[in-house]
Write a protein that binds this ligand. Sequence first.
Ligand code: BGP
Length: 476
Amino acid sequence: MPFKQDFLWGGAVAAHQIEGAYNKDGRGLSTADVMTGGANGVDREITKGVVAGKYYPNHEAINFYYHYKEDIALFKELGLKAFRTSISWSRIFPNGDDEIANEAGLAFYDRLFDELNEAGIVPVITLSHFEIPYHLYEAYGGFKNKKLIDFYVKYAETVMRRYKDKVKYWMTFNEINNQAGGDWDIHAWCNSAVQFVADDNREEIIYQASLNELIASAKVVKLGHEINPNFQIGCMMAYVPVYPYSANPSDQIAAIKAMDGRYFYSDIHVRGKIPRYVLNYWKEHDYRIDYSQEELEILKAGTVDYIGFSYYMSDAVTEIAELDGWKYSKFSQAKISKNPYIHASDWGWQIDPVGLRYVLNSVYERYEKPLFVVENGLGAYDKLETDGSIHDTYRIKYLQEHIKQMELAVDEDGVELIGYTPWGIIDIVSFGSGEMEKRYGMIYVDKDNEGKGTLKRSKKDSFNWYQTVIKNNGLT
Ligand code: BGP
């Protein structure tokens, strides 16, 4: 079998999408708590605080805060070796700039990690997964303000010391590159707690916020290794590979430049320095990005142990003018859109299993660091049959095809892979749309987009399928 015996077959979620209890036991308001429910093709609204009469799906999510023992028993039955989730920063420091930590928040994660470890499931913990204490936006403007570096480091140090004997695998910032280009309000908000005003230079602000996060990440990696030399601390990237649409040489250049938007982040996380292509871009655009020589030293001293990443889909770019239906991507200076050789999910994500092998090869050859697929999955409409069963054959097919490509990458291409934690191992709140009905799970949760339902958990067909894959340490 291509995978090592200790390969971490797991599942992934995030605190704000699973826990609920958003205002319980001293937890402070977070950036995730002020995003209303959207729908397929309907954006979420980011409100000023919580507005009466609006629906905020993350407030209850699937109530994992109270259901975690029952759910972990299901994960154990599934045979998970690892479970990826995040710590909700504002459970620990409700305002982000508090002098002392909230003991009730710390105690919850003690209970959660004890339950996982007792079930023989390794916790894989993201420190900031699209949620930042809301007060850090109100009082400081989010990560565009360098003050957030030390607030984040204090939070990270508190939890790494508290759980130094319960958690080995950490990641600093979830999909830190989503915000590249400053095109999307929801990513600037979730990655950096940044909101733009009319004449902002969005890209310049995002570069500054991103660099501040990369500096914070480097500080935490160095500190983490001092707390426990056995810690494995990774970055977390969203790798959506961007192919050249045609053999037209200008499409190849467009593809390389589009990937610069992603590699900027992992190059710094892994190599510990700001790459020249970015310094050049800043100079060309006259961007004033603030960093000191000392911060450059911090980057060098805080490179990551592994590269965690999400893989869902691939994209294509072209410079060919007359192609219609393309949308222009400012960051890549090219038109990004659909690839005629693959088909898209109901939410328009282009399904490309071979793209996972492409990413594994490209990233491993670039950095030669262990890789960890910490998100992969298919958001889909599931049908609950009258007998309570859910025949999600489409999800089994998606996962099977992606695992096949992982096996080829390990077996034939020599890629070093730590584990695989498919996204949304249990149905949770969608990040992009706030929906429950964009389901990823192998465990169904009875709740709809309007928040109605019993929260009852049921096993889908994919539950037994994945149980066998784990038992066999891969596809038979
Ligand atoms: C990634 C996020 C996850 C998760 C996933 C699925 O970008 O890291 O938090 O949400 O996407 O996306 P969605 O929930 O929007 O379908």
